[in-house]
Write a protein that binds this ligand. Sequence first.
Ligand code: ATP
Ligand code: MG
Length: 560
Amino acid sequence: MAEEKKSLNFIEQIIEEDLKNGFDSKKLHFRFPPEPIGYLHIGHAASICLNFGLGIKYNAGVNLRFDDTNPTKEEQEYVDAIKRDIKWLGFEWSEELYSSDYFQQLYDWAIQLIKDGKAYVDDQTSTQIAEQKGTPTTSGTDSPNRDRSIKENLALFKKMKNGEFEEGSHVLRAKISMSANNMLMRDPIIYRILFKNHHRTGNDWNIYPMYDWTHGESDYIEQISHSFCTLEFNPHRELYNWFLKQVYDGESIKPKQREFARRNLSYTVMSKRKLLQLVEEGFVNGWDDPRMPTISGLRRRGYTAKSIRDFSDKAGIAKRDNVTDIALLEFLIRDELNKTAPRVMAVLNPVKLVITNYPEDKEEILIAENNPEDENAGTREVPFSREIYIEREDFREQANKKFFRLKLDKEVRLKNAYIIKANSVIKDENDEIAEIHCTYDEDSRSGSGTEASKRKVKGTIHWVSIKHAEKAEVRLYDRLFTDEAPDSHKDKDFKEFINPDSLEIIENAFVEPSLKTAKIGDQFQFQRLGYFNVDDDSTVDKLIFNRTVPLRDSWAKKDK
Ligand code: ATP
Ligand code: MG
């Protein structure tokens, strides 16, 4: 029992406490409330995993509520993308709802507020209203419109609704107190005039409710028991409760707002506004660019839903702001793919190697293990012939003892194949190596059981048979920013820290023929290189792979 308690995060503790105090567990209900003005990112995944995780744990419903009160920026494309991403993460919402469906109810309640003497129409300019706000240490000043009669307020508010006033000329304000310590309580605006087309309500409305007025009341309409949001909403809690009190019927569930720390990730930015800039200004190729911290970008990069859920789990739910190291996410996907991804051979920077004592027209089919980490993964056939490609970096004419790859007069094993020895090179007119000439030990084939096959040589390198290889494009992705916290610099724009080498495209890589039939999304370990997946742009005629992560964390080395 004590142990179970220890592993509860503080949000779960709040719920357990409520249950202990008599809250009926059948009435638990949660929601995830995205604003459809951008794609979901890994920060949202924290909130998704929290809310939907609670739904699963307590067998409670979780609503997907689009917080769509801002008609200027919302788009159907974002609604569709958000739904796709939540499903992909493996969660199911109980209902798909929209704050805009509550516009009439919110309006009716606003009328009620006016009738109760708790709201008034203000026709001052926004500058005047701002000037009267006061400061955190000094009281504000009452608006000259604060004591309008209920009748006059009702008439003006109806005119606002009917589109009889200019945009920005009138607002409806809650009548709370201009001297409240909490500045948000100083007669906040609850409605503004906007002649904008809304993605769902079209031109039905000329006035739109503000976030604070909408959010808590939507939670109440949906009878959400616990409304979890990020820390910046903590000062809004008092207002959330004030609004609820005005409409509360005395019996229904009164939603409880509690706050947790935003998920921040190193080497990236997370706000939708900034991500939109990266897209619109062409720093990346769209919201699902594999360098983006969006769910769709991570998916395209080769991150699995499991790795993102595991990441949310491991990073945990915190009370205070913090930054999670992106290396944790990279570690998790590497660890998962190590267990699941079939091994294959691909050469990204090819140089030709000729085995001079191998018969010219001979071909062999070698058998290679698909995944030594998974005994059920089986084997595949890999063709071998006299001419192969190896990585240019895997050969040096001369090198010191620490170079365990191929060098002149030394031996190396070709993965899944034979031991070869380099004898000479042929160079082109630029003094670059054009061919490496080797001889092979005919008895040394891997798995053949001979003494020579068991002979140990220091290095093993990967290769592909030239005659059989498939050409492929390989996109090597790296972190999008060179700085750990690109948006933390006061006098510098976050875009100044974009990594100029975040994408390297290799157009002429060669992969083993088994990859010819690889499908979009399939994942592989390119032996000795890293984990790769088939990109969305890939076709039968042109194979394209993305690097998800290298085998080791190259950034950790750089730091040392
Ligand atoms: P952004 O900074 O990306 O614009 P937002 O809070 O405006 O974030 P919303 O679409 O309003 O984005 O968020 C939907 C839900 O996801 C909210 O409950 C919000 O608190 C939560 N959320 C957003 N970003 C994060 C984050 N980085 N970490 C945890 N939860 C987040
Ligand atoms: Mg928001």
